[in-house]
Ligand binder design. Structure first.
Ligand code: DC
Length: 223
């Protein structure tokens, strides 16, 4: 049986999770949303009354944070379903600080590697192809213009009943991308062997098909 390890990286709101979920479904393999793990950690820190900008206090939470990704897609933080709460603006606006702390990244990367060890996965994030799973058979770097990403995230928020303005969403995306790509440890950047897909003017199903075609080519004997 073929073991698929598919890494999808790229900036915030580039549509990675939508695409990754569909690719995983088409191949009948597990989808792992690593951003959700950094978000759950951030939620824990906020709920302790700690500022995520406080590195030492945030890192001290590591032993108390237990994150579980359920096969059905929900994310649990210390046995509580936090799938909705981690999408709130109070988490989105702070998560890049938490994701820039090396000790926290190492703890979550360890979990991510263990999950990919025992099964075929589609994993999305920022450093999957460059750091977490450098041996992935397919690496995608998915991008879209910041304007397109802001509109998509704004509409998503509206659907979820989260009140934001388009301007604030765009500003938050720019800020997050800056912090994510300028941190010292495992920053956001394309792996040299990744395939770049600009989804600004593409339909979701076309992006999914493009990735499935790449997967098929890479996993065909003799390719
Ligand atoms: O994909 P997302 O927007 O849910 O990710 C939330 C934050 O977590 C994002 O700002 C960067 C960070 N992140 C990361 O640093 N590394 C990952 N593998 C996934 C997410």
């Amino acid at each position: 049986m073929i073991k698929y390890v598919i890494a999808i990286d790229g900036p915030a709101a580039a549509g990675k999770s939508t695409v990754a979920k569909r690719v995983a479904k088409a191949l009948n393999i597990t989808y792992i949303d690593t951003g959700a793990m950094y978000r759950a950690f951030t939620l824990y820190v906020i709920e302790q009354g700690i500022s995520p900008e406080n590195q030492a206090a945030s890192e001290a939470c590591i032993p108390d944070v237990h994150i579980e990704l359920k096969p059905s897609g929900e994310i649990y933080l210390n046995n509580k379903d936090v799938s909705q709460a981690i999408r709130e603006p109070r988490v989105s606006s702070q998560v890049s600080y938490i994701a820039s702390y090396k000790a926290i990244r190492l703890a979550l990367v360890d979990l991510q590697r263990k999950m990919a060890d025992k099964q075929s996965v589609v994993m999305d994030g920022r450093d999957i192809g460059t750091y977490v799973l450098p041996e992935a058979n397919v690496k995608i770097y998915q991008i879209a213009s910041v304007e397109t990403r802001a509109v998509r995230r704004y509409e998503e928020n509206l659907e979820k009943g989260i009140q934001t303005s388009l301007e604030s969403v765009e500003e938050e995306l720019r800020k997050r991308d800056y912090i994510d790509s300028h941190r010292d440890f495992a920053p956001l950047k394309p792996a040299p062997d990744s395939v770049l897909i600009d989804t600004s003017f593409m339909k979701v199903e076309d992006v999914v098909q493009r990735i499935l075609d790449i997967v098929q080519k890479k996993t065909t004997v003799g390719a």
